[in-house]
Write a protein that binds this ligand. Structure first.
Ligand code: EPU
Length: 416
C-alpha cells in the first residue's frame, strides 16, 4: 500500500485550482438513474469514490464513458442492488436508494453499518421513504424497498441529514403529488443536486432553504450539468497555505459557500482576501487560537474540523474545537500528538494548546479528513512525516501530491 512522505517546513507558494466537489458529484451520479438516457457531467473530480460510484451503477446496467464531460448512459436498468462490499467502503452508496425506488419501484441496498467517524444510521432516509408509500423491510443486513407508485408527503426530518435530504428529494421528483421536506439540509451540495434535478425537469422550490417542496412529475429527461467546485478541498489548501506561512492563490473556489471557514481563518489571524472565485493567502499573519464548533451549513463544516485542528496546533494560546455532527470524529488527535501536538479531548471537545513546532513521524488515519489534517501538519513539521493508508486521501482529494508539489511542497508518494 502506498504512503505519502513529506519533508516539512517549506512555505507553499503559487496557484492551486480546486476540483469538482465529491459530495455533489456522488448524488448527481446517483440521480442519473432517475432519467433513462445519456447525461453529460462536467467537472467530475478524479477520485476513488467516483470510481466506486461508477462501479456501483455499472452493476445496475449504467454505462460510462470517461472524459470531460463524463458521459453517463442510464438507458437500461438491469439491477437494483447495492451490495455490502460497496456500501461498506463508501457510505454514499446509499444514495442509489431514492432513485432506484422512484424509477424501478424496488431497491435492495445494504445497511452501511458503523464507519470510522461514528454510527451514522439511515433511519431518516427510511422514515421519509415510508411516508411516501415505500414498503421497507430489513433482510440479512439489506434494506429491501418496494413501492407501487410513490406519493407526495410532508416529511419532517429529526435532523438535517445531507444524504437523507438528497435521497428523499430524488425519490420525490417522480412521486405522485407534492412532497415537503422540512428541516432539510441546506448544504450547497444538496442545492447542486437540486439544480441538476431541475435541469432534468424536476420541479423543486426552496432550494438552499430548510424546506424543500417538490412537485412530482411523470418522467425526467437526461441533462448536461457542471458540478460545483469543492469547498472542503479549497478549505484544506487554505489550511495548508496558512500553516506553512505561504503565499498561495486558490482558484476555482466556491467562495460564497465558504463564509464560515473564511471568517474563522481570518479570526485566527490568517491573512486572506477573496476576489470572485479566488482566495489569496499571504504570509505575515500571526496565528492565534480561536474556538470553533462544527454545525450544519451555513455553520462551520465538520469536514473541515480536522484540518482546522492541525492549523491550531501551532497557534498562540489555545483553541477549543467542538464536534457536534459526528460522535467519533477525533481520531486524528492521537496522530497529531505523534507529531508533537498538545491536545486534550473531553467528550466532544478538543482543547488544542500552543506548540512552537511539530516534528515529523509516521502517522496514519482512519478517514479522509483526518488524513488531510496529517498532511497539513506534516507540511509544517520539521523532518519527514509519513502518512500511511493513502487510500483515504485518494477517496476525496484529486491529485493531492501533484497539486502540493506544484506549490513547492517536498512531498512524494511511495510504495510502502
Ligand atoms: N443521522 C441520523 N440518521 C439518519 C441520517 C443521519 O441520525 O438517517 C445523523 C448522523 O449519524 C450524523 C448526522 O446525522 O450524526 C449528520 O449526518 P449526515 O446524514 O448529514 O451525513 P451524511 O449525509 O452521511 C454527508 C457527507 C459527509 C459529511 C456529512 C455532514 C456525503 C457523501 N457525505 O454525510 O462527508 O461529513 O454529510 O456534513 O455528502 C466527507 O466528505 O469526508 C464526509 C464524511
Amino acid at each position: 500500500m502506498d504512503k505519502i512522505v513529506i519533508e516539512g517546513g517549506v512555505p507553499l507558494s503559487g496557484e492551486v485550482a480546486i476540483s469538482g466537489a465529491k459530495n455533489a458529484a456522488l448524488p448527481i451520479i446517483a440521480a442519473t438513474l432517475l432519467a433513462p438516457g445519456v447525461h453529460r457531467l462536467y467537472n467530475v473530480p478524479p477520485l476513488a469514490d467516483i470510481r466506486t460510484a461508477k462501479k456501483l451503477l455499472g452493476l445496475m446496467g449504467v454505462q460510462f464513458e470517461d472524459g470531460e464531460p463524463l458521459v453517463v448512459d442510464s438507458s437500461r436498468l438491469t439491477g437494483w442492488m447495492a451490495p455490502y462490499e460497496t456500501v461498506k467502503t463508501m457510505r454514499a452508496a446509499v444514495l442509489v436508494l431514492g432513485p432506484l425506488v422512484a424509477r424501478a419501484r424496488q431497491a435492495s441496498v445494504s445497511l452501511p453499518g458503523g464507519c470510522a467517524i461514528g454510527a451514522r444510521p439511515i433511519d431518516q432516509h427510511l422514515k421519509g421513504l415510508e411516508a411516501m408509500g415505500v414498503k421497507i423491510t430489513l433482510n440479512q443486513g439489506y434494506v429491501e424497498a418496494k413501492a407501487k407508485r410513490l406519493h407526495g408527503a410532508d416529511i419532517t426530518l429529526d435532523l438535517p441529514t445531507v444524504t437523507g435530504t438528497e435521497n428523499l428529494m430524488m425519490a420525490a421528483t417522480l412521486a405522485n403529488g407534492v412532497t415537503r421536506i422540512i428541516n432539510a439540509a441546506q448544504e450547497p451540495e444538496v442545492s447542486d443536486l437540486a439544480r441538476f434535478l431541475t435541469a432534468m425537469g424536476a420541479q423543486i422550490e426552496g432550494i438552499g432553504t430548510d424546506v424543500l417542496t417538490i412537485q412530482g412529475v411523470k418522467a425526467l429527461t437526461p441533462a448536461s450539468y457542471t458540478i460545483m467546485s469543492d469547498r472542503i478541498e479549497a478549505g484544506t489548501y487554505l489550511a495548508a497555505a496558512a500553516i506553512t506561512k505561504g503565499q498561495v492563490t486558490i482558484t476555482n473556489a466556491p467562495v460564497p459557500h465558504m463564509a464560515a471557514v473564511l471568517e474563522k481563518f481570518h479570526e485566527a489571524g490568517v491573512r486572506l482576501s477573496t476576489a470572485g472565485n479566488r482566495i489569496m493567502v499571504e504570509p505575515g499573519g500571526s496565528l492565534t487560537g480561536v474556538d470553533v464548533k462544527t454545525r450544519a451549513y451555513p455553520g462551520f463544516p465538520t469536514d473541515m474540523q480536522a484540518q482546522y485542528m492541525a492549523l491550531m496546533t501551532l497557534a498562540k494560546g489555545a483553541a477549543v474545537i467542538t464536534e457536534t455532527i459526528f460522535e467519533n470524529r477525533f481520531m486524528h488527535v492521537s496522530e497529531l500528538e505523534r507529531l508533537g501536538a498538545d491536545i486534550t479531548v473531553s467528550g466532544n471537545h478538543a482543547i488544542v494548546r500552543e506548540r512552537r513546532q511539530l516534528h515529523g513521524a509516521p502517522v496514519m488515519a482512519t478517514d479522509l479528513r483526518a488524513s488531510a489534517s496529517l498532511v497539513i501538519a506534516g507540511l509544517a513539521a520539521t523532518g519527514a512525516t509519513e502518512v500511511l493508508r493513502v487510500y483515504h486521501l485518494d477517496r476525496g482529494y484529486a491529485r493531492l501530491v501533484e497539486k502540493l508539489s506544484a506549490l513547492g511542497a517536498r512531498i512524494k508518494r511511495v510504495a510502502a
